[in-house]
Write a protein that binds this ligand. Structure first.
Ligand code: AMP
Ligand code: MN
Ligand code: MN
Ligand code: MN
Length: 286
């Protein structure tokens, strides 16, 4: 297989993506994706629609989620693949994170207002259209209001640590998160591992703890990895005996550099997560 036919990390309008679950699935199918996971942030609301659309489009669907975790004063994202969205423990976790996101959104609004930017919460809500509130929705509003020229700039100026619209806070722990994913019958994968601003030593510590808690995989191929990142993560996945995953982290067509169906294949020596013994059991839920 010369092209990557798996995309196990994508977003829809159920979180901060710009395509509806149906539009996402249709675009993925048109781009040659054969196995697609929808992994919205801290949310499973798009899965039923995506699953139906995938059946229609004739591609395989993997119900997923990307959970926000606080690990050692750092936000880390853990993807759950093949989760059962009806799992009560998982939904209780989602409820807790959603409450935190509501509080955080109000706090972002208060902090921006102190800097003379008013109406940000209302603006972000208009972009979210009822979906779980994320910094991305604030970013869209701030760009539309002319506070920065694009999403990258707006994050840099307003929404990251030490900037006026940044709100520190605690997400769930790694242990709790892996517990929810496991109770929901899913496989836990560390998302975009090269993107965290941590030392190589701390990254190895994260992988060790993750593995110990029953974590299964590492995104070796990611839309936000360079070729060097990919090779580095391929080595780490072997060293920690973690399966390798591949996901674009697609958020919509407004990012022209990263369309669906454009990921490189996994380096040859990797053990793909879709060949993991628990893979089919985890997502063939009917
Ligand atoms: P949140 O989970 O609400 O804190 O928002 C995080 C989301 O913001 C990520 O999933 C990305 O989609 C987006 N994001 C974070 N940093 C950037 C950036 N520098 N440029 C564009 N989008 C970003
Ligand atoms: Mn996002
Ligand atoms: Mn992420
Ligand atoms: Mn993501």
């Amino acid at each position: 297989m010369s092209e990557q036919r798996f995309d196990l990390h994508t977003h829809s309008t159920a979180s901060d993506g710009s395509l509806t679950p149906t539009e996402l699935v249709q675009r993925a199918a048109a781009c040659g994706i054969e196995v697609l996971a929808l992994t919205d942030h801290d949310q499973t609301a798009g899965l039923a629609e995506a699953s139906g659309a995938a059946r229609q489009a004739g591609i395989e669907f993997v119900p997923g989620i990307e959970l926000s975790v606080s690990w050692s004063h750092q936000t880390v994202h853990i993807v759950g693949l093949g989760i059962d969205p009806s799992c009560a423990a998982l939904q209780a976790g989602i409820k807790r994170i959603t409450a935190f996101r509501h509080w955080r959104a109000e706090e972002i609004d208060r902090r921006l207002a102190k800097k003379g930017i008013h109406g940000a919460l209302e603006g972000a809500r208009a972009y979210a259209k009822g979906a779980i509130l994320s910094r991305t929705h604030f970013a869209h509003y701030l760009v539309a209001q002319g506070h920065a020229k694009d999403l990258r700039q707006v994050f840099k100026r307003f929404l990251v640590r030490n900037k006026p619209g940044y709100v520190p806070g605690e997400w769930a722990s790694l242990e709790e998160t892996l517990g929810w994913i496991q109770e929901a019958g899913g496989l836990a994968v560390i998302a975009h591992p090269a993107r965290y601003q941590i030392s190589a030593t701390r990254l190895r510590q994260l992988l060790g703890e993750f593995k110990e808690l029953g974590g299964v995989g590492l995104e070796v191929v990611s839309g936000s990895h360079s070729r060097d990142d990919m090779m580095n993560m391929a080595n780490l996945s072997r060293r920690f005996e973690l399966a390798a995953s591949a996901g674009s982290d697609y958020h919509g067509p407004e990012n022209p550099y990263l369309d669906l169906g454009r990921l490189p294949t996994l380096p040859g020596e990797c053990r793909p997560v879709w060949e993991h013994p628990a893979w089919s059991a985890s997502h063939n839920l009917g």
